[in-house]
Each structure stands twice: as structure tokens, then as C-alpha cells.
Design a protein around this ligand. Structure first.
Ligand code: ASP
Ligand code: MG
Length: 447
């Protein structure tokens, strides 16, 4: 495979301290990366959220302790990296900005999503300054690049949606010639800007998505996601000790896995990669010699079940009404309620007089949703369920698969099954207390 335009993304654990940052920089050099996208240093985004939370609720003295923790952590990195004066100045002024915003929030006891995005962006802006220095130190021609010039989004602060076309145009304008002149651009994941230049974020964990969006905009040949595990595993190793790394997986399968609970990749990451057919590599920056996983359009081997995912704390809503029989518009009414509540539904199955719907976490379930649904049907609510999915590109085309699945589960009660909507996935619900056991048995049976 030609490796002329490699984009590498390093997550928070790969940016934890000076040692990790240097190791990541050396790896990026070895890989020949031309664009390096970084997350905030390990834990920093959570710390900024906690800081703002305290600034809203408590005295400045209380909040300031949090700010000092963030500051000290970054001052340590400055020291350990023997940083350039330029980098020091940049990081200190970004920290200053964080303090000023947090104080403002504390005075006003108010923080809009817009303000939140600006303060969150400081995490990535600081870490990318470190990485620029580290990349220079290992001998590449590194340039600090502010991605807000390129990654254009709408103004849905906190969860902004990218504008692909504007991003492409801006990349041609601001990144192309820098790249053609042999620079390595070091930039921020997670953040973007609106047309007017207001800072936005793509949602928690969004750096992977940033990497793929930037790769799409600059026509990269490879996207590398460097994290703290050596690739995507056949299932969560904490649940099943026989879980093993996957060498190759298709986009479709990896997207299903990410959506249904595997934590390695942000689910949206693969869309840009699929659109442009860019292979994605996931590997460990700490043990970069370990094999890692390639995610691409096709794979040499296509096992019946490539991997298993589990998502706990699922809710099942079952709506029943005889009025559904031979009439039209019932499902429309049901989904309109979900739409009015801005709630995303996951699985749906229907019968003649009932429809079952799952949603992802109890925290998003509200009394008013149940009340509104209650106006159109009788509502039953089941909690404490686990959603298990089997992922593999042959799933819908294999006779007898369902039989094998259900005989492996024998005595475990299955609550709802979805098969057929996606060609590479079969999923079902079981009680949470039996979920992990079900995963173990299925892993033993199929993998
Ligand atoms: N730093 C951001 C977060 O923790 C984005 C990311 O790491 O992907 O959510
Ligand atoms: Mg991450």
C-alpha cells in the first residue's frame, strides 16, 4: 500500500506526559505522518468540565484548586520537555485564558454551551503545542496548525456537525501548500469553528472523528488512530479473557461494533473514511510493534462472526394498542413523539398490535416521554437490559445462524431480536445480569 499521505491521531493516553508525548512524536516520524492530530493530555477534558462545574456552583477558591491541578500538570510537561520559549509562551497564555474564562463563569454563575466549547478547546490547543515541539525535537519540520481555520461546523455547540464541503475548501486553501512544502502539520482533534469563526466541539471523544474528517479533506492515504490498546478486539477483554485482537475488519463491521458498544473508536469516525475509501489503522502508541487492526473496505478473511459487542443499561419500551391493527400512521405518531423529545432510538421491532423500541441509557428517559407515548398506546417499560450484537459481514446470508446463537444461549431469556435490518449484524436483548455470560458463551461458540 502506498503510504505517501499518512495522518496520525494520538489520543489522551498517548499524550499523558512528556515521555508519552516524545514516544508519540517518534512514532509519528517513523510512520512518515504528514498531519498529526492530538487529543488533550490524559484526563484534561474531564478536568476542565469539573472546573467549570465547580465555577458554576462554588466559590472561586474551590474552583481554583481544580484550575491549579490542570496548570501544574501542564507546567510539569513544559519542564520535562525542555520546551522552546515559543511553546512555553503559547501554553502559558492558553492556561491564562482558561483561568479567565473560569473566573468569568464563576462571577456570572453562567456558562453557555458556546463558552464551554471555547474553554474545552484549550485542552487540545495546549497539547498540540507540546506535540509541535516534540515533532521538531525528533527532527521533522513541524508547524502548529489551528484546525479552526479548516474544520468548519454548524453552530450546534457541544455536538457540532461538520460541513464537509467547506472543510475541504478550507483545507485546500490553508493546508495544501504547507503540506506540499514538506511541513508536518500538528493540529487539534475535537474542535472546529463555525462560519463566523466561533469555536465548536464535535462531542466527547470527537478527536477520532476530527482525524477522519481532516484525512478526507486532504485526501490522505491512511488514517492511523494511536491509542492505549493494540487495535480492536473480538470482544471486551474485561468481560471475556479469550478476547483477541482482530487483524482486519471491514468498515461496515467496525462501524456496527463502535455503535453497539466497542469503545476503541468513536462511531462516527468511519463515515469519512468510508466515503473516501481510506484505510484506518488502530494501534497502541505504547506497544507500536504489536500488530493492531486494519479497518478497510474488504478483508481477506470473512469469518461468520468477527466480533461481539455489549451495551449495558438499555431500556426497552413496548407500546401496545389494538388501534394499530389495519390502520396507518401509528408508527408515524410514535416516532413523532421521539422526535419531539429529540431522542434517538436504537432497535425497533413491530408486530400487528405492538412496537418495541430500545433507547441507550436510563438518563435520557423522561417522565414526559412516557406520558406522551401513553397518550397513543399502552406503555411498558423494561430496564436493566443488555444489548448484545454479533458482527460479521456474512451474518444475514448464513442459514442456521440464529439456531446456533440461540442454542448457545439455551437457558438465557432473550427479550428482543433484530436481524435483517443490517446485513452484518444480529442483536438482541437479555437481562443485564446474564449479559456477560451470554457474551462469553457466544465468544466461545463463534470465535
Ligand atoms: N479530549 C476530548 C475528550 O476527551 C476529545 C477526544 O479525546 O477525543 O472527549
Ligand atoms: Mg479518545
Amino acid at each position: 500500500m502506498s503510504k505517501n499521505r499518512v495522518l496520525s491521531k494520538f489520543g489522551g493516553s498517548s499524550m499523558a506526559d512528556a515521555i508519552a508525548i516524545r514516544r508519540s512524536a517518534a512514532l509519528a516520524k517513523k510512520q512518515g505522518s504528514v498531519v498529526v492530530v492530538v487529543s488533550a493530555t490524559h484526563g484534561t477534558t474531564n478536568q476542565i468540565i469539573a472546573l467549570i462545574d465547580l465555577a458554576l456552583k462554588s466559590s472561586w477558591e474551590e474552583a481554583e484548586k481544580h484550575y491549579q491541578e490542570i496548570k501544574i500538570k501542564h507546567l510539569h510537561i513544559i519542564e520535562d520537555m525542555k520546551s522552546s520559549q515559543e511553546m512555553k509562551t503559547t501554553v502559558l497564555s492558553l492556561l491564562q485564558e482558561m483561568e479567565t474564562i473560569a473566573k468569568g463563569v464563576n462571577l456570572l454563575k453562567d456558562c453557555s454551551l458556546k463558552a464551554m466549547d471555547t474553554v474545552l478547546s484549550l485542552g487540545e490547543r495546549i497539547s498540540s503545542a507540546f506535540m509541535t515541539d516534540a515533532m521538531n525535537e525528533v527532527g521533522t519540520k513541524a508547524v502548529y496548525f489551528d484546525i479552526r481555520k479548516v474544520l468548519k461546523t454548524n453552530d450546534q455547540f457541544g455536538q457540532a456537525l461538520p460541513n464537509i464541503q467547506d472543510t475541504k475548501t478550507a483545507a485546500d486553501m490553508h493546508m495544501k501548500s504547507l503540506l506540499e512544502n514538506g511541513n508536518v502539520l500538528v493540529t487539534q482533534g475535537f474542535i472546529g469553528a463555525t462560519e463566523e469563526g466561533l469555536t465548536t466541539t464535535l462531542g466527547r471523544g470527537g478527536s477520532d472523528y476530527s482525524a477522519a474528517l481532516i484525512a478526507e479533506a486532504i485526501d490522505a492515504d491512511v488514517i492511523e488512530i494511536w491509542t492505549d490498546v493494540a487495535g480492536v478486539a473480538t470482544t471486551d477483554p474485561r468481560i471475556c479473557e479469550n478476547a483477541k485482537p482482530i487483524d482486519e475488519i471491514t468498515y461496515q463491521e467496525a462501524a456496527e461494533l463502535a455503535t453497539f458498544g466497542a469503545k476503541v473508536l468513536h462511531p462516527t469516525t468511519l463515515w469519512p473514511a468510508m466515503r473516501k475509501n481510506i484505510p484506518v489503522f488502530v494501534g497502541s502508541s505504547i506497544n507500536s510493534e504489536e500488530r493492531g487492526t486494519w479497518i478497510q473496505k474488504t478483508t481477506k478473511e470473512n469469518p461468520l462472526v468477527r466480533a461481539l459487542a455489549i451495551r449495558e443499561n438499555q431500556i426497552l419500551l413496548t407500546l401496545t394498542t389494538p388501534r394499530m391493527l389495519n390502520t396507518h400512521g401509528f408508527l408515524f405518531q410514535v416516532f413523532k413523539v421521539f422526535n419531539d423529545h429529540k431522542l434517538s432510538v436504537d432497535l425497533v421491532t413491530t408486530s400487528e398490535i405492538s412496537v418495541s423500541i430500545t433507547i441507550n441509557s436510563p438518563s435520557i428517559l423522561s417522565k414526559s416521554l412516557v406520558r406522551d407515548l401513553g397518550e397513543i398506546a399502552e406503555v411498558r417499560l423494561d430496564e436493566n437490559l443488555s444489548l448484545i450484537s454479533l458482527v460479521g459481514s456474512q451474518i444475514s446470508a448464513t442459514p442456521g445462524l440464529a439456531k446456533k446463537v440461540f442454542s448457545a444461549l439455551e437457558d438465557i431469556n432473550i427479550r428482543m431480536i433484530c436481524l435483517g435490518a443490517s446485513s452484518s449484524n444480529i442483536c438482541f436483548l437479555v437481562d443485564t445480569k446474564e449479559g456477560r455470560e451470554a457474551v462469553k458463551r457466544l465468544h466461545a461458540q463463534f470465535i
